[in-house]
Design a protein around this ligand. Sequence first.
Ligand SMILES: Nc1ncnc2c1ncn2[C@@H]1O[C@H](COP(=O)(O)OP(=O)(O)O)[C@@H](O)[C@H]1O
Ligand SMILES: [Mg+2]
Length: 358
Amino acid sequence: MGEIVLKNINKTFGNTKVLENLNLKINDGEFAVLVGASGCGKTTLLRIIAGIGPATSGELYIDGEEVSDLAPGKRNIAMVFQNYAIYPNMTVKGNIEFGLKNNHVPKAERERLIAEVAESVGLTEYLKRKPNALSGGQRQRVALARAMVKNPKVFLMDEPLSNLDAKLRVAMRSELIELHNKLKTTFVYVTHDQVEAMSMADTIILMNKGVIQQQASPEEIYDDPNNIFTAQFIGTPSMNVLPLKNDCHVGYRPEKVVLTTEEKQKPEAVYREKARIVTREMLGSETLYKVLITSGDHQNQTVMVKSLEDAFKEEQNVWVNVTQENLYFFDHKELRIRETDRAEAYAACVKCLKGEEP
Ligand SMILES: Nc1ncnc2c1ncn2[C@@H]1O[C@H](COP(=O)(O)OP(=O)(O)O)[C@@H](O)[C@H]1O
Ligand SMILES: [Mg+2]
């Protein structure tokens, strides 16, 4: 078990409010990824859960039990840090064993646990080595093994892959997904990298300046963002967001644009403007175009287009087409206007876009 509930959590450092009235629920066994820009309060939140940096006010529950004042060692939580904090003078085995010795686990039991954990993270052959004779990925696995051997009900991980090179990071991502599938323990994983969040999470918790913007599955947060911040944080390149005359905004993802050479090719497109290709980046399986809009209300603004079509050339005149189902509307507070719950405001935005009177 490892359900985590935070209620009305506040955290201030001196006069600086870092977390304000934060409410959050992470289900037992979930792979939750807390994502947000550097400085938004992710580590602060993780430290509150771990009990190593208590909240200024608010309540924390683990499996329904209030643990706000419980000592970190009694919470049955393990934390893995960015710089892994493994002991350089100890062997891999010594590192894994350290916490067990501290907890007075008998020798035979220690041996059994170490063998089991080393096997599950692929370190069996390296138990006698010192950390300086390991690769970055192997060191990261030592840190994981050391956390796992305590058999915690919650794993907290603070940017654990950020010291690894890009290729290894991608490999470790799928290792962590596998590990989570095997352990079925609650993971709370912190990262500033939205790709990491999208690839690993059951649930993404997106934070900005200490405030949760949205908590949802990767699919939902991508397809159905609540506000402009979320819409533009998730996905690369960012969603194109442009102003409308009625103080609202229209948004569309670069990959949902269809470029055509003639106006009539996509009659179903609600958003259709003349444009010119400014730059073209061939990325292999897809091509990224920076496009200057040359007609309508968005004239002289540039948008990004991601296309499987690589035939367009710089300076070429084209049409940008987006169908209505791929358009997003946001109000003057940058909150999403969904057709399902704000039909009138939605209709007004569509009219505005078509140049009709609202
Ligand atoms: N011990 C501290 N004293 C003062 N300010 C702090 C302390 N720890 C963190 N902060 C501030 O709190 C904010 C959030 O920090 P942090 O939680 O580390 O962000 P993140 O992990 O998302 O990068 C930052 O503005 C940081 O400067
Ligand atoms: Mg941090």
